[in-house]
Design a protein around this ligand. Structure first.
Ligand code: MRU
Length: 338
């Protein structure tokens, strides 16, 4: 990739600011975990795996703060900090998963060296980052095998290198298909209201010379009716035990359209996106965002002052609409086999 979504330098977290792409490429450096939380909330770093990795490093920044205490004392402080970080955004399971994983590992330390205790945080966060890269490669390969040369695939939001520690989930499939010599074209939904498709997916794919065509969200159905789309691949923020999928608002509509047009609907997601506790999509907390993101998202007011707004950031696609799940361990069948 020609950019780095997340980097660690001198115990600082460096994030590519996704709020200003594609106009500007700006990297912001963080040394205080309390600044990472608003960065996650304003989507400077976004996408389920990427916020998981950033949250893990936020814990590392927090544990470095000088405190006159013992390892046991610091463990208690870190419990509270972990709770605060986990609340940054509710829907992507990767965030809480990554924080819990780091905390479980560090809690196992029985020594009394603060330095050793602190180092375990960094080692575990690095492991999450490294494993995510490998999972992206693996998902990409499995997904690319599903695609035939010459296909056009619709994607929604951004599930690429900008959303992960590696080459992405849904977009990894396109990168790996290209490596295999398959010529794949991509249609990118604009993804209202924050335009992750228009601003991020097209930018990312164009950097990597993937043929991409931008459409607004309401053009997806007609594009399918015209026979322009052969398959849909999206990412996921959380997949429950029954296979229901939380992903960017608009994903559900695309899944319904895909069924109507007999087009396969694939969800690409790593193991860290599978919720081991929640039974179904009905149990998922869907984040609601500020009304201004709908009424004046990028500066221009496009709705009357004071209008009522409903702005869920994600929706739930029932497992019956998913043809298959592309995971890092292989392709699993979904509930829609036609
Ligand atoms: O609100 P965002 O931009 O964080 O939403 C991101 C998505 O919905 C992605 O599709 C999902 O996290 C998968 S990223 C590999």
């Amino acid at each position: 990739m020609k950019f780095n979504t997340i980097q660690i330098k001198d115990k600082k977290l460096i994030l590519l600011d996704q709020t200003v792409l594609p106009e500007k490429v700006v990297y912001n450096s963080y040394s205080d975990y309390r600044d990472v939380i608003p960065a996650i909330q304003r989507l400077e770093v976004r996408g389920a795996p990427a916020i998981g990795i950033s949250a893990a490093y936020a814990l590392c920044l927090a544990v470095e703060v000088e405190v006159k205490t013992t390892v046991e004392g610091l463990k208690k402080i870190m419990q509270d900090v972990a709770g605060i970080i986990k609340n940054a955004r509710p829907t992507a399971v990767n965030l809480a998963w990554a924080v819990d994983r780091v905390l479980e590992k560090t809690d196992m330390y029985t020594g009394d060296s603060l330095d050793e205790y602190r180092q375990i945080f960094w080692d575990e966060a690095d492991a999450i980052f490294t494993e995510d890269k490998a999972m992206c490669d693996s998902m990409g390969k499995y997904g690319a095998e599903l695609l035939k040369d010459g296909m056009t695939v619709l994607t929604h939001c951004n599930a690429g290198a900008l959303a992960t520690g590696g080459i992405g989930t849904a977009l990894a499939v396109f990168y790996k298909a290209k490596e295999m010599g398959k010529s794949i074209k991509v249609f990118a939904d604009e993804t209202r209201p924050l335009l992750q498709g228009a601003r991020l997916t097209t930018w990312e794919l164009m950097q990597e010379d993937i043929d991409v065509t931008l459409i607004t969200d309401n053009m997806a159905g007609y594009s399918m009716a015209l026979g322009k789309i052969d398959a849909v691949i999206t990412g996921a923020d959380r997949i429950t035990k029954n296979g229901d999928v939380a992903n960017k608002i608009g994903t559900y509509s695309v899944a319904v359209l895909a069924k109507e047009h007999g087009i396969p609907f694939y969800v690409a997601a790593p193991e860290s996106t599978y919720d081991k506790i929640l039974e179904s999509g009905n149990d998922i907390i869907v984040e609601e965002r500020a009304p201004e993101e709908v009424t004046e998202g990028f500066g221009n007011r496009t709705a009357p002052d004071g209008v009522k707004v409903f702005s869920p950031a994600f929706d739930i696609t029932p497992h019956e609409l998913v043809t298959a799940y592309i995971t890092d361990t292989g392709v699993r069948p979904g509930g829609r086999q036609a």
